[in-house]
Ligand binder design. Structure first.
Ligand code: PLP
Length: 269
Protein backbone atom coordinates (compact mmCIF):
# COMPACT_ATOMS: atom_id res chain seq x y z
CA UNK A 1 0.00 0.00 0.00
CA UNK A 2 1.48 3.32 -1.07
CA UNK A 3 -1.22 5.72 0.04
CA UNK A 4 -0.97 7.34 -3.40
CA UNK A 5 -4.29 8.42 -4.87
CA UNK A 6 -4.18 8.86 -8.65
CA UNK A 7 -6.01 11.71 -10.39
CA UNK A 8 -9.72 10.97 -10.90
CA UNK A 9 -11.83 11.20 -14.05
CA UNK A 10 -15.53 10.66 -14.73
CA UNK A 11 -17.10 9.38 -17.94
CA UNK A 12 -20.79 10.06 -18.54
CA UNK A 13 -21.53 7.62 -21.37
CA UNK A 14 -23.08 4.41 -22.63
CA UNK A 15 -22.02 0.78 -22.16
CA UNK A 16 -20.86 -1.29 -25.16
CA UNK A 17 -21.50 -4.99 -24.48
CA UNK A 18 -18.82 -5.86 -27.03
CA UNK A 19 -16.19 -4.06 -24.97
CA UNK A 20 -14.90 -1.96 -27.87
CA UNK A 21 -16.27 1.53 -27.33
CA UNK A 22 -18.22 3.56 -24.78
CA UNK A 23 -17.69 3.15 -21.05
CA UNK A 24 -15.47 0.11 -21.60
CA UNK A 25 -13.06 2.04 -23.86
CA UNK A 26 -13.10 4.99 -21.49
CA UNK A 27 -12.21 2.91 -18.42
CA UNK A 28 -9.33 1.10 -20.08
CA UNK A 29 -7.97 4.41 -21.40
CA UNK A 30 -8.19 5.98 -17.93
CA UNK A 31 -6.41 2.91 -16.53
CA UNK A 32 -3.70 3.04 -19.21
CA UNK A 33 -3.16 6.73 -18.39
CA UNK A 34 -2.81 6.08 -14.65
CA UNK A 35 -6.12 7.73 -13.79
CA UNK A 36 -8.83 6.41 -11.47
CA UNK A 37 -11.92 6.13 -13.70
CA UNK A 38 -15.52 6.58 -12.55
CA UNK A 39 -18.75 6.16 -14.51
CA UNK A 40 -22.20 7.66 -14.85
CA UNK A 41 -23.86 5.20 -17.25
CA UNK A 42 -26.49 6.78 -19.52
CA UNK A 43 -27.54 3.81 -21.67
CA UNK A 44 -26.85 0.14 -22.14
CA UNK A 45 -26.24 -0.82 -25.77
CA UNK A 46 -26.71 -4.34 -27.10
CA UNK A 47 -23.71 -4.47 -29.38
CA UNK A 48 -20.95 -6.59 -30.88
CA UNK A 49 -18.32 -6.15 -33.58
CA UNK A 50 -21.01 -6.24 -36.28
CA UNK A 51 -23.19 -3.43 -34.96
CA UNK A 52 -25.58 -2.02 -32.38
CA UNK A 53 -28.76 -4.12 -32.06
CA UNK A 54 -30.45 -1.61 -29.78
CA UNK A 55 -30.14 0.28 -26.54
CA UNK A 56 -32.03 1.05 -23.40
CA UNK A 57 -31.50 4.37 -21.67
CA UNK A 58 -30.99 4.61 -17.91
CA UNK A 59 -33.63 6.67 -16.04
CA UNK A 60 -32.54 10.32 -15.93
CA UNK A 61 -32.56 10.53 -12.12
CA UNK A 62 -30.22 7.51 -11.93
CA UNK A 63 -27.82 9.18 -14.40
CA UNK A 64 -27.64 12.38 -12.38
CA UNK A 65 -27.46 10.50 -9.05
CA UNK A 66 -24.32 8.72 -10.30
CA UNK A 67 -22.70 12.10 -11.06
CA UNK A 68 -23.67 13.48 -7.65
CA UNK A 69 -22.51 10.34 -5.82
CA UNK A 70 -18.95 10.52 -7.14
CA UNK A 71 -18.54 14.31 -7.11
CA UNK A 72 -19.92 14.53 -3.57
CA UNK A 73 -17.46 12.01 -2.14
CA UNK A 74 -14.50 11.18 -4.36
CA UNK A 75 -14.12 14.37 -6.39
CA UNK A 76 -13.60 14.62 -10.14
CA UNK A 77 -10.50 16.25 -11.65
CA UNK A 78 -11.83 16.05 -15.23
CA UNK A 79 -14.95 14.67 -16.92
CA UNK A 80 -16.14 13.64 -20.37
CA UNK A 81 -19.45 12.86 -22.01
CA UNK A 82 -19.99 10.22 -24.69
CA UNK A 83 -23.29 8.62 -25.73
CA UNK A 84 -26.12 10.52 -24.02
CA UNK A 85 -29.02 8.92 -25.92
CA UNK A 86 -31.90 11.37 -25.31
CA UNK A 87 -32.67 15.08 -24.97
CA UNK A 88 -33.87 14.48 -21.38
CA UNK A 89 -30.55 12.90 -20.38
CA UNK A 90 -28.58 15.69 -22.09
CA UNK A 91 -30.58 18.39 -20.32
CA UNK A 92 -30.25 16.66 -16.93
CA UNK A 93 -26.51 16.00 -17.38
CA UNK A 94 -25.86 19.63 -18.41
CA UNK A 95 -27.84 20.98 -15.43
CA UNK A 96 -26.17 18.62 -12.95
CA UNK A 97 -22.70 19.38 -14.29
CA UNK A 98 -23.37 23.11 -13.95
CA UNK A 99 -24.56 22.52 -10.40
CA UNK A 100 -21.50 20.51 -9.28
CA UNK A 101 -18.91 22.69 -11.04
CA UNK A 102 -18.19 20.46 -14.05
CA UNK A 103 -17.80 22.43 -17.29
CA UNK A 104 -16.48 25.72 -18.45
CA UNK A 105 -17.77 27.98 -15.68
CA UNK A 106 -16.68 25.50 -12.98
CA UNK A 107 -13.45 24.06 -11.65
CA UNK A 108 -13.57 20.77 -13.52
CA UNK A 109 -12.88 20.58 -17.27
CA UNK A 110 -15.54 18.83 -19.38
CA UNK A 111 -14.73 17.13 -22.70
CA UNK A 112 -17.85 16.66 -24.84
CA UNK A 113 -17.64 13.92 -27.49
CA UNK A 114 -20.92 14.55 -29.37
CA UNK A 115 -21.65 10.90 -30.14
CA UNK A 116 -24.54 10.55 -32.59
CA UNK A 117 -24.07 7.22 -34.34
CA UNK A 118 -21.80 4.18 -34.38
CA UNK A 119 -19.36 3.71 -37.23
CA UNK A 120 -21.86 1.23 -38.68
CA UNK A 121 -24.39 4.07 -38.86
CA UNK A 122 -26.54 2.81 -35.98
CA UNK A 123 -28.15 5.71 -34.12
CA UNK A 124 -26.91 6.27 -30.57
CA UNK A 125 -28.83 9.50 -30.11
CA UNK A 126 -32.53 10.11 -30.61
CA UNK A 127 -33.00 12.59 -33.48
CA UNK A 128 -34.57 15.35 -31.37
CA UNK A 129 -31.60 15.29 -29.00
CA UNK A 130 -29.20 17.11 -31.37
CA UNK A 131 -30.72 20.45 -30.48
CA UNK A 132 -30.16 19.70 -26.78
CA UNK A 133 -26.46 19.05 -27.46
CA UNK A 134 -26.23 22.38 -29.30
CA UNK A 135 -28.21 24.43 -26.81
CA UNK A 136 -27.41 22.82 -23.44
CA UNK A 137 -24.15 20.95 -23.65
CA UNK A 138 -21.84 22.84 -26.04
CA UNK A 139 -21.97 26.09 -24.02
CA UNK A 140 -20.88 23.98 -21.05
CA UNK A 141 -17.99 22.23 -22.82
CA UNK A 142 -14.32 22.98 -22.15
CA UNK A 143 -13.63 21.04 -25.37
CA UNK A 144 -15.88 19.49 -28.03
CA UNK A 145 -14.42 16.71 -30.21
CA UNK A 146 -16.64 16.06 -33.25
CA UNK A 147 -15.72 13.89 -36.20
CA UNK A 148 -16.77 15.15 -39.64
CA UNK A 149 -20.16 13.38 -39.54
CA UNK A 150 -20.91 15.03 -36.21
CA UNK A 151 -19.73 18.40 -37.60
CA UNK A 152 -22.33 18.05 -40.37
CA UNK A 153 -25.09 17.19 -37.88
CA UNK A 154 -24.22 20.06 -35.54
CA UNK A 155 -23.46 22.84 -38.05
CA UNK A 156 -24.85 21.66 -41.40
CA UNK A 157 -21.37 22.03 -42.90
CA UNK A 158 -19.62 19.47 -45.08
CA UNK A 159 -15.85 19.28 -44.67
CA UNK A 160 -13.63 18.08 -47.52
CA UNK A 161 -10.60 20.36 -47.17
CA UNK A 162 -8.39 22.08 -44.62
CA UNK A 163 -10.17 25.37 -45.37
CA UNK A 164 -13.60 23.86 -44.71
CA UNK A 165 -12.22 22.29 -41.52
CA UNK A 166 -11.35 25.81 -40.31
CA UNK A 167 -14.80 27.12 -41.25
CA UNK A 168 -16.38 24.27 -39.30
CA UNK A 169 -14.23 25.00 -36.24
CA UNK A 170 -15.38 28.64 -36.30
CA UNK A 171 -19.05 27.59 -36.63
CA UNK A 172 -18.73 25.14 -33.73
CA UNK A 173 -16.94 27.70 -31.58
CA UNK A 174 -19.91 30.04 -32.06
CA UNK A 175 -22.07 27.44 -30.30
CA UNK A 176 -20.27 28.13 -27.03
CA UNK A 177 -17.46 25.69 -26.18
CA UNK A 178 -14.14 26.98 -24.88
CA UNK A 179 -12.10 24.85 -27.33
CA UNK A 180 -13.03 22.95 -30.49
CA UNK A 181 -11.20 19.94 -31.93
CA UNK A 182 -12.41 19.09 -35.45
CA UNK A 183 -11.12 15.58 -36.09
CA UNK A 184 -9.97 15.08 -39.66
CA UNK A 185 -9.65 11.29 -39.55
CA UNK A 186 -12.54 10.83 -41.96
CA UNK A 187 -10.99 13.04 -44.70
CA UNK A 188 -9.90 9.93 -46.54
CA UNK A 189 -7.86 11.47 -49.35
CA UNK A 190 -5.29 12.84 -46.90
CA UNK A 191 -2.28 10.64 -46.25
CA UNK A 192 -1.99 12.21 -42.80
CA UNK A 193 -4.68 12.43 -40.20
CA UNK A 194 -4.91 16.14 -39.32
CA UNK A 195 -7.04 17.37 -36.43
CA UNK A 196 -7.67 21.08 -35.94
CA UNK A 197 -7.77 22.73 -32.50
CA UNK A 198 -9.34 26.20 -32.14
CA UNK A 199 -9.96 28.47 -29.16
CA UNK A 200 -11.62 31.41 -30.90
CA UNK A 201 -8.35 33.07 -31.85
CA UNK A 202 -5.72 30.57 -32.95
CA UNK A 203 -5.77 27.41 -35.08
CA UNK A 204 -3.41 24.59 -34.14
CA UNK A 205 -3.01 21.71 -36.60
CA UNK A 206 -2.19 18.33 -35.08
CA UNK A 207 -0.91 15.90 -37.64
CA UNK A 208 -0.64 12.16 -37.08
CA UNK A 209 0.10 9.06 -39.13
CA UNK A 210 -2.79 7.32 -40.89
CA UNK A 211 -2.84 3.54 -40.46
CA UNK A 212 -4.61 1.24 -42.86
CA UNK A 213 -6.92 -0.69 -40.57
CA UNK A 214 -10.64 -1.32 -40.42
CA UNK A 215 -10.41 -1.87 -36.69
CA UNK A 216 -11.12 1.60 -35.35
CA UNK A 217 -14.12 0.87 -33.15
CA UNK A 218 -14.03 3.06 -30.03
CA UNK A 219 -11.47 5.45 -31.51
CA UNK A 220 -13.39 8.62 -30.71
CA UNK A 221 -14.06 7.52 -27.14
CA UNK A 222 -10.41 6.58 -26.63
CA UNK A 223 -9.17 9.97 -27.88
CA UNK A 224 -11.63 11.92 -25.69
CA UNK A 225 -10.74 9.78 -22.66
CA UNK A 226 -7.02 10.23 -23.19
CA UNK A 227 -7.49 14.02 -23.38
CA UNK A 228 -9.65 13.87 -20.23
CA UNK A 229 -6.92 11.85 -18.46
CA UNK A 230 -4.32 14.46 -19.38
CA UNK A 231 -6.60 17.25 -18.10
CA UNK A 232 -7.07 15.27 -14.86
CA UNK A 233 -3.28 15.24 -14.61
CA UNK A 234 -3.27 19.03 -14.78
CA UNK A 235 -2.14 19.59 -18.38
CA UNK A 236 -3.32 22.72 -20.19
CA UNK A 237 -5.72 22.09 -23.10
CA UNK A 238 -3.28 22.22 -26.04
CA UNK A 239 -0.88 19.81 -24.31
CA UNK A 240 -3.74 17.54 -23.24
CA UNK A 241 -4.94 17.36 -26.86
CA UNK A 242 -1.39 16.67 -28.10
CA UNK A 243 -1.14 13.83 -25.59
CA UNK A 244 -4.53 12.47 -26.69
CA UNK A 245 -3.50 12.56 -30.33
CA UNK A 246 -0.36 10.56 -29.58
CA UNK A 247 -2.35 8.11 -27.48
CA UNK A 248 -4.96 7.45 -30.19
CA UNK A 249 -2.31 7.16 -32.89
CA UNK A 250 -0.61 4.34 -30.99
CA UNK A 251 -3.96 2.74 -30.12
CA UNK A 252 -4.96 2.66 -33.80
CA UNK A 253 -1.53 1.30 -34.77
CA UNK A 254 -2.14 -1.66 -32.42
CA UNK A 255 -5.87 -2.15 -33.17
CA UNK A 256 -6.87 -5.81 -33.33
CA UNK A 257 -9.46 -7.92 -35.16
CA UNK A 258 -12.39 -9.11 -33.05
CA UNK A 259 -15.49 -11.04 -34.02
CA UNK A 260 -16.88 -10.97 -37.56
CA UNK A 261 -17.01 -7.19 -37.85
CA UNK A 262 -14.89 -4.25 -36.73
CA UNK A 263 -12.30 -4.67 -34.01
CA UNK A 264 -11.37 -2.03 -31.42
CA UNK A 265 -8.45 0.32 -31.10
CA UNK A 266 -6.07 -1.19 -28.61
CA UNK A 267 -4.89 -0.19 -25.15
CA UNK A 268 -2.13 -2.85 -25.36
CA UNK A 269 1.04 -1.06 -26.44
N1 PLP B 1 -21.26 2.36 -28.51
C1 PLP B 1 -21.12 3.26 -27.56
C2 PLP B 1 -21.73 3.00 -26.24
C3 PLP B 1 -20.42 4.43 -27.85
O1 PLP B 1 -20.28 5.36 -26.90
C4 PLP B 1 -19.86 4.64 -29.12
C5 PLP B 1 -19.10 5.82 -29.49
O2 PLP B 1 -18.96 6.76 -28.81
C6 PLP B 1 -20.04 3.68 -30.07
C7 PLP B 1 -20.73 2.55 -29.73
C8 PLP B 1 -19.55 3.85 -31.45
O3 PLP B 1 -18.21 3.74 -31.56
P1 PLP B 1 -17.62 3.64 -33.04
O4 PLP B 1 -18.13 4.83 -33.77
O5 PLP B 1 -16.17 3.71 -32.79
O6 PLP B 1 -18.11 2.35 -33.58
Amino acid sequence: MTGYTPPTALTIAGSDSGGGAGIQADLRTFFACGVHGMTAITAVTVQNSVGVEGFSEIPTDVVTAQIRAVTGDIGVAAAKTGMLATAEIIQAVAATCRDVGIGRAGQTPLVVDPVAASMHGDALLRAEALEAIRAELLPQASLVTPNLDEVRLLTGQDVHSAMEQRDAAVALYALGPEWVLVKGGHMRDDEKCVDLLYDGSEFVELSGARYETNNTHGGGDTLASAITSALANGLAMPDAVRFGKRFIERSVAEAYPLGRGVGPVSPFW
